[in-house]
Design a protein around this ligand. Structure first.
Ligand code: HEC
Ligand code: HEC
Length: 336
């Protein structure tokens, strides 16, 4: 009946038809169904225009070659957040009918997973400094500099975002300002913050909060050194020496070595900006950690700072932190 060996036209059109049908059934159909049935998580926020532009920069600059945005349900990924769910990606839309959904999952972790980086590192100044030259804030970093996202100008415009780099890392003369592309990219990075799954409490997606099973915790209280490494060292550096002009040293710092730990705890809870420390003003701001660290964890990190790098100051108990937290809350309720 089918004279394929005689009629090459019939042969070609049959093969072509099969190809089209299989493409629709195997690839296009399932893709459309999964796109239309994948709802964003109820508590997640839609992307702002700025963040969407930042996502485009993220894709264009090839950040995905070194960074993933997928947390696997395996032990090594525990500190990155909860395992990713399809709904996490529902807000990443196709930019147009002829374009694919931007590929952000990634497959290679030369650098850390960025699923929750907005929570881990909320400071925009830090991101800008890090993008201009990662070595300025993470001395051993192998991430490339993205200098073309910045401009050096003689006199920055009023609304420009000036980036002040620590000594030796900035441009030789002129002022470093972030371009729009850098600003949108940072807005995107800051927005990377896992929304809790329905029925899960907000802490589930935190950096270390969910890991009650960590050996440190079982052996009596959280480990201050590891909290310091994951929450504080990116700015204050692992040796406590800070980054000159950007992040103050905690080694020998008057607040950290003060007899009374009250101010120390307050600053970690509510953050700090615009304070001159030992004659130096710091351009960056210190984010508050009240929502991310509980009283045990704050006590542990305070004690780590008070007893490391040659510091030796009186330590605190979780109950002290609890009392200070309460007093601060009362004070802020009163001022409302
Ligand atoms: C060649 C690989 C490479 C590329 C490309 C790359 N990074 Fe990185 N990135 C790293 C490495 C390695 C680290 C860890 C050291 C550090 O913090 O600098 C890192 C760290 C980071 C961090 C800090 C993460 C944390 O948990 O503290 C952020 C944010 C980041 N990169 C963003 C980006 C963005 C945005 C781009 C694209 C513009 C990018 N990276 C491109 C390798 C890369
Ligand atoms: C995004 C960067 C960043 C991170 C992360 C960060 N800090 Fe800071 N920290 C700063 C900056 C900037 C200042 C100075 C602010 C100022 O001068 O107004 C500061 C100030 C401080 C001070 C006060 C020093 C003084 O003399 O007043 C303490 C204490 C401190 N940080 C502890 C911590 C601890 C503990 C953590 C981790 C839980 C942490 N910081 C995480 C940037 C950071």
């Amino acid at each position: 009946m089918f004279e394929f060996h005689r009629n090459e036209q019939l042969l070609f059109s049959t093969v072509w038809l099969l190809f089209v049908v299989l493409t629709v059934v195997i690839a296009i159909g399932p893709a459309l169904t999964s796109q239309s049935t994948n709802e964003p998580l109820p508590t997640s926020e839609p992307m702002t225009d700025l963040e969407r532009k930042g996502l485009k920069v993220y894709v264009n600059e090839g950040c995905v070659y070194c960074h993933t945005q997928q947390v696997r349900p395996v032990k090594p990924d525990e500190n990155l957040g909860r395992p990713s769910a399809p709904g996490d990606f529902a807000r990443v839309e196709r930019p147009g009918i002829w374009r694919q959904t931007p590929a952000i999952l990634g497959s290679e972790r030369t650098g850390p997973d960025l699923t929750n980086v907005g929570k881990r590192q909320p400071s925009g100044q830090w991101h800008l400094m890090h993008l201009y030259n990662p070595r300025a804030v993470v001395s051993e970093s192998i991430m490339p500099s993205f200098k073309w996202l910045f401009r050096v100008v003689d006199r920055p415009a009023e609304d420009a975002t000036v980036v002040s780099m620590p000594g030796g890392y900035g441009p030789e003369d002129g002022t470093l300002v972030a371009t729009d592309r850098a600003e949108t990219l940072v807005a995107y990075l800051q927005s990377l913050d896992q929304a809790p799954l329905p029925g899960q409490d907000a802490a589930g997606g935190g950096s270390k909060k969910g890991s009650t099973s960590s050996p440190a915790k079982e052996a009596g209280g959280p480990d201050g050194a590891s909290i310091y490494a994951s929450s504080c060292a990116s700015c204050h550096q692992s040796n406590g020496a800070g980054v000159p002009g950007a992040f103050p040293p905690l080694k020998g710092d008057p607040v950290v070595t003060a007899e009374d730990p009250r101010r120390h705890v307050e600053i970690i809870l509510e953050g700090l900006s615009g304070k001159k420390i030992e004659g130096t003003s710091y351009s960056a701001a210190m984010p508050g950690f009240a929502d991310q660290l509980d009283d045990d964890e704050i006590a542990a990190v305070v004690n780590h700072e008070r007893t490391s790098w040659g510091n030796s100051a009186p330590t605190v108990e979780p109950e002290d932190v609890e009392a200070i937290r309460k007093a601060m809350k009362e004070a802020s309720d009163e001022s409302l």
